[in-house]
Design a binder for this molecule. Structure first.
Ligand SMILES: [Zn+2]
Length: 215
């Protein structure tokens, strides 16, 4: 059986979440999103969830050991035995090393390549629904009715604090400092697949799928 142990890499706004979800469906493997898992663990009130909540509620990054613990538990679940696609983890070199120490070998790391200017452009126009979390874009993906969420009908879309210009610059800085070094790390491991993140999401999905064909 072909195993697909995959990971998504790329700057904020590259479309990692969207693409990871699509690839997961296509290959019938779980989409392991640390963001989703942290929110879920917090909701369920697990031991790690409670720990994570302390940091999330304070607006701080959840420390490596907590994130690693959550990922380890998730990858031990039965549905991940045939493969998975990691989204949002590893985000730092120590996390990548911890993943390797867990004995997890990745078959492919998909690096979605998007320039800083493009990231600023995309995130800068982002509108979010405060009720259901649906995400829109002023130019690229406006809601069908002005200021009303297509998904849940909520009136009043907002710009999340994360998507304000200063915050975007901070996030990019963090990405270049902490996460971009993983490109070289996985290139050396021989598993890096570069895919351009520019263009419509369907063509990006197809480019990823074709990169995975030779696995
Ligand atoms: Zn909504």
């Amino acid at each position: 059986m072909t195993q697909y142990r995959l990971m998504m890499l790329g700057p904020p706004g590259a479309g990692k979440g969207t693409q990871a979800k699509r690839i997961a469906e296509r290959l019938d493997i779980p989409h392991v999103s640390t963001g989703d898992m942290l929110r879920e663990a917090r909701r369920k009130g697990t031991e790690l969830g409670k720990k994570a909540a302390e940091f999330m509620n304070a607006g701080d990054l959840v420390p490596d050991d907590v994130v690693i613990g959550i990922v380890r538990e998730r990858l031990e679940e039965e549905d991940a035995a045939g493969g998975f696609i990691l989204d949002g983890f590893p985000r730092t070199r120590p996390q990548a090393e911890a993943l390797a120490e867990m004995g997890v070998e990745l078959d492919a790391v998909i690096n979605i390549d998007v320039s800083d200017d493009e990231v600023i452009n995309r995130l800068g126009g982002r509108l979010s629904c405060p009720s259901c979390g649906a995400v829109y874009h002023e130019e690229a993906k406006p809601p069908s009715k002005d200021n009303i969420c297509d998904e849940c009908g909520h009136e009043g879309l907002i710009t999340r604090d994360d998507d304000r210009p200063e915050a975007i610059k901070q996030r990019l800085k963090g990405y270049h400092k902490q996460t971009a070094p993983l490109i070289e790390f996985y290139e050396k491991e021989g598993v890096l697949k570069n895919v351009s993140g520019v263009g419509d999401p369907n063509s990006v999905t197809e480019a990823i799928v074709s990169e995975l064909e030779d696995l």
